[in-house]
Design a protein. Sequence first.
Lengths: 306, 336
Amino acid sequence: MMNARDSYPDHAGAQVIPIRPEAHEQPPERSPVEHALASGLSFLRRRLSGEYEVDEFGFDPEFVEAVMPVARLFYEKWFRVELRGLENLPADGGALVVANHSGTLPIDGLMLQVGVHDHAQRNLRLLGADLVYQVPLLGHLSRKAGHTLACQADADRLLTKGELVGVFPEGFKGVGKPFADRYKLQRFGRGGFVATALRADVPIIPCAIVGAEEIYPKIGELGALARLLGLPYFPVTPTFPLFGLLGLIPLPSKWIIQFGEPVSLEGLEPGAADDPMTVFNLTDHVREVIQQMLYDLLLRRGPAFF
Amino acid sequence: MPSAVARVVLVTGVSRFLGARVAYALQADPGIERVIGVDTVPPTTSLGRTEFVRVDIRTPSIAKVISSAEVDTVVHLNLVTAPTGPRSSMKELNVIGTMQLLAACQRSPDMRKLVVRSSAAVYGSSPRDPAVFAEDDEPVDPPSSGYAKDAVEVEGYVRGLKRRRSDLAVSTLRFANFLGPGVDSPLTRYLRMPLVPTVFGFDPRLQFVHTTDGVEVLRRMTVEDHPGTFNVAGDGVLTLSQAIRRAGRPNLPLAAPAMGALGDLCKRFGGLPAFSPELLRWLTYGRVVDTSRLVGELKWRPKYTSEAAFAEFVNASGLGHNLALGLLDRLTGGLR
């Protein structure tokens, strides 16, 4: 960086008064290490003083940028995610991404978010189950990450603001299904997502995620413990709870995430959201599209771990 | 429009902070002939040309004031949100007081307009809440105790009056928590605690409204005609962790039951605030309201965002010295 004084040769007697005195205090150049240190410190300072902003949903973009490198490590190195069909995501404006849900713990949501963030440069706003918001830590981390409660009002609000919203209509039935049922789509809720998309007049983008099924193969569950802890299920996997916390390390399966062609809702009036038959038919259609994508991707992937 | 021009305005709860400010703002309006303030205790500050009448709104004598002065506009600011005495007396003041007042309003042929101070607490606080509440949303988990429940009941009686007197212009205002110079509330007392306890694992989203904006909204609702129910809050939200850091307060995360117990202990031995159940729920799950209806109706935005209102509170109370931040700056002073 050149500053004001460098631009002019020093004339005898002529004193150059800097227009922005603070510009002089900046060292002209910084090594990358110094730069990283300085930005790390200013980040820490902002966090400690609370001088950052969150939106009305509690989304904290700075927090997301800070934890993204860790999630990206899993995305790129551990699960080696291959992202396909990116051209089906709109560059701006509202859209509803509908994906299959699996993996015992909802890691697939996080990986989907990383993929969209890194490759489509958009923040995917996921809709989470209400249990998430009752559990200490989980609820506020999820809000900071930009997720919110899966309810009509929140989905409508996000879509009207032109956000990219992600939803897993299978819910716990999908994420908590036994390993034997892998890649079999469960019931798609009550089709609320279709009604939401119709009302907000946004396209539905079907999305298939292959690989999440193998990260924690759920071979059994402890029903009594789950009831005691108020959880929908307490999983038993080959490594958990056998190896304790070590068992929580996800198996390094190979992932493929594919976005399908947007399901056009054009030609349907917003009033169609109140017609249960239209909603059921569209729900089934989206479900079949995703199921077909899953089968195709499974063939394409081949073995789960290599 | 001219049907509801405020000529004689009655302000309840005039000796308390908000009532005094609103009465003062109204008496400065030359279009209003008389401003009558009522409360059970005399006001401590000067209210200009406001006439003070010492009357308990829980008694039928309020009806005499309304009829003899030919009051056409009632600004009901009596809702007590800070528990000061036993719960039963607070409830009586809030609910029975409102019933008596509304009964008097219903009888009076001069009545044209009613402006009611309610609270965003009517939406409750729960993990199953939508992120943002609009005026027509039903609470997911309605408040079951404290002033929040009183506010729900008050709104119920107001709706009843509106049904019976459809000629009245009724404005109900659901305010977020007030902040500003001179505000003393359970929230400000909480934030001034030497060690601020928070519920472990929860970081609620909060909203504040600056008193200046609150008074302006009430003034405009009184002198103009804006019937309906409106949320009132500063733009934007602040999470509790952000607020505590900005105020530079040390914080102590506690499990929810421990926090309730600590509140009780503080009250018993230290004269510090106990956490009422509704405050505790608010500090756990938070609440955000949508103010677009108010902004659209008044063609006006609150001057203070939630952040700005909080910043002013921090400055006015001499908070804002962040120990951790000071330490960081001292350690790294040479590096930046």
